[in-house]
Design a protein around this ligand. Sequence first.
Ligand code: BJ8
Length: 430
Amino acid sequence: MNDAFQVHSDPELWEELGMDVARFSGMPAMLTGAYKNIFLSQHNRPEKMSYFDDMVANIHTGRIREIHDAKKGGKPVIGTFCVYVPEELVVAAGGICIGLCGGAQGSIADAEKILPRNICPMVKSAFGFKVGKICPYFQVVDLVYGETTCDAKKKTWELLDRYVPTHVMEIPQMKRERDKRLWLDEVKDFKAAVERITDTVTDFDAVAAGIRTINAKRFALQRLNSLRHHNPSPISGKDMLLIEQIAFYDEPVRFAQKVHELCDELEQRIGLGVAVAPTPTPRIMVSGTPMALPNWKLHHIIESAGAIVVNEESCIGTRYYKDLIDEGSKDLEQQLERLTERYMKIDCSCFTPNDDRIAQVFKEYEASGAEGIIDYCLQFCHTYNIEAVKLREACEARGIPFMSIETDYSPDDAGQLQTRVEAFLEQIRG
Ligand code: BJ8
């Protein structure tokens, strides 16, 4: 345990960003305590995790200062909520793209003063961060780009626009030829909007550079994910999830380099037989809705119960990095078509039909050497919740141990979840 670890404070910076400083000032101590308990108490962590620990220590200070300074230097900052919004085009235009999904219980009460209570906690958490002025990332963005994936999100953007300029990208709900054409038009509109904000025109070379940068980040995550599939695992599921979360707010070139440094260490660990959990430790794959920072609830329960999480089939997980964009385009039109094709491979449950996702789950199940699937669904997320029916049937047909859970960010059901997870692990152990 690293007792010196501390999440830093910078009230002056927060003041400058228009935050509710009095209210936010207790947050670093709370996060410090949670991080020590959940992450730094783990045994035998890879040394190169120290970079990612530092990213957490600087989550409300150093990284925000870096973004704020870049913004003062003329770089616009765009916040997003979904992996369907193409960050390559933001990077191509010289901007900074950060994920704003909310994973904290602390901002839900702020949201519930305005929004209905019975909607997804991820939407409420993000909205509450903005209305409560308790998230420096929300305060530093110039504008946010939402999308029309689920009903909770698309209607919330109309209200969010009262607090921060909010643009919306239409994402079709099917993947037919006519939907592809609409999608490509939406990508072009997004590119034009980013160019207006950044006051630049992104030509072929700029888009090629944006694609290369984000491809490199996704490739680094692919490499890391395939190394963590080794049995016995050289890194915990919690640490992997943390890195997948940090991917949404770190500087992409540096992030990719740090992930590769960690991968090099994991290769050495595998060679030396160093692992974070012995064999046999039950290996669990998590599928379903994303877990935005600092939502570590389910992974912590699973790994505290003596299992290890070996894959996240999730947007904060493989859906974010499983596909790269073909870099061999000959002109801008082809670049945008290939970019669109790559984004259309993301198999979110907001699409119908969405059988590609079922096939993808099994592909990842095989690759990760998992022994059971826990499907994670945020409360009131109807599309993932209903899709869990098909996933369960498909798992039962293949004899794959399967459990679905529906939960939110509150700690209230932790005991109940723990009991269910333990029973599931007993089933796997036989
Ligand atoms: S591509 S999963 S990031 S939409 S969990 S807010 S769907 S009610 S997050 Fe998502 Fe894009 Fe899909 Fe991925 Fe709505 Fe469901 Fe909440 Fe969700």
